[in-house]
Design a protein around this ligand. Structure first.
Ligand SMILES: O=C(CO)[C@H](O)[C@H](O)COP(=O)(O)O
Ligand SMILES: [Co+2]
Length: 223
């Protein structure tokens, strides 16, 4: 069943020179999850942050850290991100040879497990792991950068995954990431998403705007 809409600001769009304060600000502004984009310059053409930064940010909020791992191979780093304070670890199936094993490793570390589908990744990768997941993340842009435009074809994928999740009878978040703003948020929610990642749309306008930005996205984009 689709759950109430939650907002996961991506700190990729925060001021990196004051990340701790930015995390405290989005926490106070109503963020539900803190979305952390981890990029390695290999799986995706950009380099961002590693476990040391996650650990440094951990004391700044009690909100769940939703860690989106865009690194390959991913398996050797799961333990470090878990120890650093991640709550949800989400992996791309293309980032290791044994997705089922990777999901079991995350669960064995006591963390929530997510699988991320790139725009061209078919639904079938979920067939034999969905029952073990806490979250499915649909990329509505190709991973690597913030500020890209929402890819409309992913709405069909969200609709299809909503049906798959509901058929399990389990509580599994359906998150969408990339190009979420006041125009695309209501479309993603109507398709069945219940967690919206938003980098650009959360941080635009500076700290005084974060609360209103998050509230607008949660309300499905209404002003
Ligand atoms: O995973 C990501 C990129 O790979 C980011 O989470 C995503 O792009 C968020 O940024 P924006 O809301 O600006 O599109
Ligand atoms: Co992300």
């Amino acid at each position: 069943m689709q759950q109430p809409v939650r907002i996961a600001p991506s700190i990729l769009s925060a001021d990196f020179a004051e990340l701790g304060a930015e995390v405290r600000r989005i926490d106070a502004a109503g963020a539900d999850y803190i979305h952390v984009d981890v990029m390695d310059g290999h799986f995706v053409p950009n380099i961002t942050i590693g476990p040391a930064v996650v650990k440094a940010l951990r004391p700044h909020t009690a909100k769940p850290f939703d860690v989106h791992l865009m690194i390959a191979p991913v398996d050797p780093y799961l333990e470090a991100f878990a120890a650093a304070g991640a709550d949800i670890l989400s992996v791309h199936p293309e980032s290791g040879p044994h997705l089922h094993r990777t999901v079991q490793t995350i669960r064995a570390l006591g963390k929530k497990a997510g699988v991320v589908l790139n725009p061209a990744t078919p639904l079938s990768v979920l067939d034999y792991v969905i029952e073990d997941l806490d979250l499915v993340l649909v990329m509505s842009v190709n991973p690597g950068f913030g500020g890209q435009s929402f890819i409309d074809s992913q709405l069909r994928k969200i609709e299809a995954i909503r049906k798959l999740i509901d058929a399990t009878g389990k509580t599994i978040d359906l998150e969408v990431d990339g190009g979420i703003d006041t125009a695309t948020a209501p479309r993603a929610i109507a398709a069945g998403a219940d967690v919206l990642v938003a980098g650009t749309a959360t941080f635009r306008g500076g700290p005084d705007a974060y609360g209103a930005n998050i509230a607008r996205l949660r309300g499905g984009g209404a002003a």
